[in-house]
Design a protein around this ligand. Structure first.
Ligand code: NAD
Length: 406
């Protein structure tokens, strides 16, 4: 079953089979508070008009304003955005930050747009949603194919319309316009802190062989962070190709190559191979950092990783989860592993509201303490309940969300 929202609801069902919650509380979480969709007219540089479908799903705000990224992708649809918004509600509760869950998107191959077209689309996205977003209502952020520059255009548009120029309406902005130190690397950095907190429990070696699917914001920074402390990045992929080197890829050179050519394809410091084979490379740690539904019933048996850490949202289907659990391969779930992004986004929001600017050191000290606390709690609970880490993370999140309703 590959509908991401249905998968998300099945994950919920499976967690509530381990620990029971009030059925009416759970039922409410299976419906988003609000689904907004429509079309943005985009005037192209050649004078033609393209109608672009957009979405904002506000899933739940019991713990705080809706919070979640905006995805520009040719395959994005309302079901995907609903799933991502649902996971944000749970993720913010796992991260113990005062935010609810939301997500946005537009069905567009943004790589085909010029810079001025992208700016017009970004500003128009904010204009159509200006009444429903805001620092105390709904605070968007970047996701796949959306950048700090896009956040800056959106923030500027919001300021022009409402007069609120604090920037707290949107996070992931460039530093010069109210972004937080550390936000760019926060998702990967948070994943690394989780890995460090749990590594000894999984019997992993001091220096691991790491494979990363996806070489964008999350994947590229993960490659840098892991390799900086001596782990070997033995293979990575992007949407075009994969590249491997059993002795470890030179990450800095690979980043340069990708910058220059647009892909990891053809990197001289490794062997280029078919990206669809990447997940099956033998390694200690596999990091999916691309899109949903990558590890599935039909391919999971070929995985040779010892541990999986999900920087992407929803990369593993429930059937694949069962298989991996039965094989003793731990999956550190997305709502914990990639929660560093939304945590530092929330720090950015807080800094904007208070008109403060925290140092990178301060940001990462806070992030590390917070995310490692959640990781250990989820790990211990999974062991006590004899369940997997995803169910345990869901249970922790549900308990916190339920508390907000007492
Ligand atoms: P991005 O757009 O910066 O990068 C996505 C990368 O995935 C690109 O390198 C792209 O080429 C690659 N990719 C796409 N399809 C692929 C495929 N089939 N095989 C291999 N690679 C493929 O996006 P991002 O921000 O890095 O997000 C990646 C994932 O991490 C998403 O699931 C996103 O929701 C999740 N995430 C991101 C953040 C964040 O702060 N950026 C936070 C939490 C979760």
């Amino acid at each position: 079953m590959l509908n991401p929202f249905e998968n998300a609801l099945r994950q919920l069902e499976r967690a509530t089979a381990v620990k029971q919650f009030d059925p009416s509380f759970i039922k409410q979480l299976t419906f988003p508070h609000r689904e907004i969709r429509g079309h943005i007219p985009l005037k192209k540089d050649d004078g033609s008009l393209q109608m672009i479908e957009f979405y904002r799903v506000q899933h739940n705000n019991w713990r705080g304003p809706y919070k979640g990224g905006i995805r520009f992708h040719k395959d994005t649809d309302i079901e995907e955005v609903k799933a991502l918004a649902f996971w944000m509600t749970l993720k913010c509760a796992v991260a113990n930050i005062p935010m609810g869950g939301g997500k946005g998107g537009a069905t567009i191959n943004s790589k085909e747009l010029s810079v001025s077209e992208l700016e017009r689309l970004s500003r128009a996205w904010m204009r159509v949603l200006v009444d429903v977003v805001g620092p105390q209502k709904d605070v968007p952020a970047p996701d796949v194919n959306t950048t700090p520059q896009i956040m800056a255009w959106m923030s500027d548009e919001y300021g022009k319309i409402t007069g609120d120029t604090s920037g707290a309406v949107i996070t992931g902005k460039p530093l010069e316009v109210g972004g937080s130190e550390g936000r760019g690397t926060a998702t990967a950095q948070g994943g690394f802190y989780v890995f460090e907190a749990l590594r000894s429990n999984f019997g992993l070696p001091d220096l691991c062989k790491v494979v990363i699917q996806g070489f964008g914001n999350a994947g590229e920074h993960a490659a840098e962070i892991w390799s900086d402390v001596g782990h070997k990045i033995v293979a990575v992929s992007d949407s075009r190709a994969a590249v491997r080197n059993p002795n470890g890829l030179d990450v800095a050179a690979l980043i340069e190559h990708k910058k220059a050519s647009g892909s990891v394809h053809g990197f001289a410091g490794g062997e280029t191979f078919d990206g669809s084979e990447l997940l099956f490379e033998p390694c200690d740690l596999l990091i999916p950092a691309a899109l949903e539904n990558q590890i599935r019933e039909d391919n999971v048996a070929r995985i040779e990783a010892r541990v999986i850490l999900e920087l992407a949202n929803g990369p593993t289907t429930p059937e694949a989860d069962d298989f991996l659990f039965s094989k003793g391969i731990p999956v550190i779930p997305d709502i914990l592993a990639n929660s560093g992004g939304v945590t530092v986004s929330t720090y950015e929001w807080e800094q904007n509201i208070k008109r403060e600017h925290w140092s990178e050191q301060e940001v990462f000290i806070r992030l590390k303490k917070n995310i490692q606390e959640q990781a250990l709690q989820i790990f211990d609970q999974a062991r006590n309940l004899k369940t997997d880490l995803r169910r345990s993370a869901f249970i922790l999140a549900l308990e916190r969300i339920a508390k907000s309703q007492e």
